[in-house]
Design a binder for this molecule. Structure first.
Ligand SMILES: [Zn+2]
Ligand SMILES: [Zn+2]
Length: 256
């Protein structure tokens, strides 16, 4: 049992960290710079920890930039306000994502103007049913070996679809439930303390107010774990946070 809990927790948080740190804060928003060797390392680790649910960074980033430009309007690729449930929103997002990955759909140049990390070989290898299937086989194998009873197998689908599940939780609840620090045009919200399980990503309202600020927390009780790790990585010179983000608080909450 301990092995399964450990495996699930590690997979959840490692996937989430690279989702937030690399796909979101680097590929989509360029909140920091990294030397090419480090960029490749983060890219590789994102693929490895997401495994069967690897999200190709360039497609993710384009889609996410669209989310900010059209937040909670009909052109938003995943606004919860246009779908009857989280499942339909996920399916719609998956269709847009897949169109960009395969090249069937060409994104508006506005969303490709900024730098996009691309590693063609790894994208092709990772976004491939055989590779995805192998990861799934490893997850199942681990459960066969360590799960004490059948009920634990119910966790397996979360491993299979880890990346999209975490994305859907953030996109659905982050634009539906919680409180707001800022009155802005979209429906973005902040959630705490549960937001801690999503490593800062559920502070959507703070993030939409200042999309280039690497720190998603504003108030004393808001903790952005990903950003705290990024500060350590900056100190160790693994990444270089863009100077504006070194400010502890970039803006004070506005009066509602
Ligand atoms: Zn959002
Ligand atoms: Zn964003």
């Amino acid at each position: 049992m301990t092995a399964i809990i450990l495996f699930f927790t590690l997979h959840w948080f490692l996937s989430l960290f690279f989702h937030s740190f690399f796909l979101h804060r680097y590929a989509s928003h360029q909140m920091y710079t990294a030397k090419p060797g480090w960029e490749k390392t983060f890219y590789f680790l994102t693929w490895f920890v997401q495994g069967s649910s690897f999200l190709v960074p360039r497609a993710y980033a384009v889609m996410h930039r669209m989310h900010h430009a059209y937040s909670d309007t009909e052109k938003d690729p995943h606004s919860p306000h246009f779908f009857k449930d989280i499942w339909h929103m996920m399916m719609h997002t998956a269709r847009i994502f897949s169109g960009f990955v395969t090249g069937k759909d060409v994104p508006d140049p506005e969303f490709t103007r900024e730098y996009l990390p691309v590693w063609d070989k790894l994208d092709k290898f990772g976004h491939n049913n055989i590779t995805r299937g192998l990861f799934i086989a490893v997850y199942i194998g681990f459960y066969i070996f360590f799960a004490p009873s059948f009920w634990w197998y119910l966790l397996l689908p979360v491993h299979f679809f880890m990346g999209p599940i975490q994305g859907a939780i953030v996109n659905w609840f982050g634009h539906k439930l919680g409180y707001r620090n800022y009155k802005i045009e979209d429906h973005s919200k902040n959630t705490t303390p549960w937001g801690i399980l999503l490593m800062g990503e559920l502070f959507q309202n703070n993030h939409h107010k200042a999309k280039d600020n690497a720190n998603f927390a504003r108030k004393w009780f808001e903790i952005d774990l990903t950003f705290l790790i990024m500060r350590v990585m900056h100190t160790l010179r693994i990444i270089q946070l863009k100077p504006v983000h070194l400010q502890k608080k970039t803006s004070l909450p506005e009066k509602p």
